[in-house]
Design a protein around this ligand. Sequence first.
Ligand code: HEM
Ligand code: HEM
Length: 187
Amino acid sequence: MQWRNSEARWGLVAQSLHWLVALGVIGLAVVGLLMQELSISPTKVKIYALHKSVGLTVLALVVLRLAWRLFDARPPYPAGMPAWQRRLASLTHGLLYGLLLAMPITGWLYNSASNFALRWFGLFSVPSISAPDPELKALAQDLHTWGFYLLAALFAVHLGAALKHHLVDRDATLTRMLPFAGRKETP
Ligand code: HEM
Ligand code: HEM
């Protein structure tokens, strides 16, 4: 597979970043929802720390992904796709990118406003992005929760669209994002 995107397929870099971020976000969402139910223990503290470190890693990967996107143009939409569907796809992708930035940033803000120390996988300290502030803490927590609901709804639309392209339209939208799927060169 080639590194860069072509007219017909997503390249290795865009695919790797897409699937790493997708895996990270799904894992973070499941752990984020479950970890709050745990009773206070050293394990709970470790799981919170892991959630935060993986979340910051996702932030770095999303920034890298957006930078790569500027350098490597995405493959065009399928030729016969109606204009309203292209607009909806662009809007959904834009909102997904916005939330992929907003989720880790609100988590980081929540942590900073709570005055908790933050270390990336225990290796180095991550600076605070705000002074301790109870009101900001509550706001960041709400934004982190509501951002997740919006992200989950958009993800459902995203997955539904990918499956519709594959099963109903029978075009290459899904397979060209999959590393091992048969090469279907017509977009
Ligand atoms: C893409 C990245 C992230 C996703 C998808 C994500 C997702 C979630 C979800 C779904 C929850 C449960 C929300 C709720 O039920 O109220 C949660 C909670 C939490 N997240 Fe994240 N998170 C991300 C990044 C981060 C980062 C980078 C930090 C901190 C540096 C962080 C800190 C927290 C904390 C402290 C909680 C617990 C909130 C509470 O106890 O009320 N998250 N996260
Ligand atoms: C099983 C889950 C997933 C499937 C099957 C899937 C499938 C796809 C496909 C086929 C594309 C290419 C769309 C096109 O050519 O226009 C795409 C792009 C994209 N996906 Fe996913 N995806 C999944 C999970 C996720 C998750 C969890 C996120 C983030 C929360 C995400 C965010 C994006 C974004 C932002 C793009 C736009 C890429 C760009 O234009 O730069 N995907 N996805």
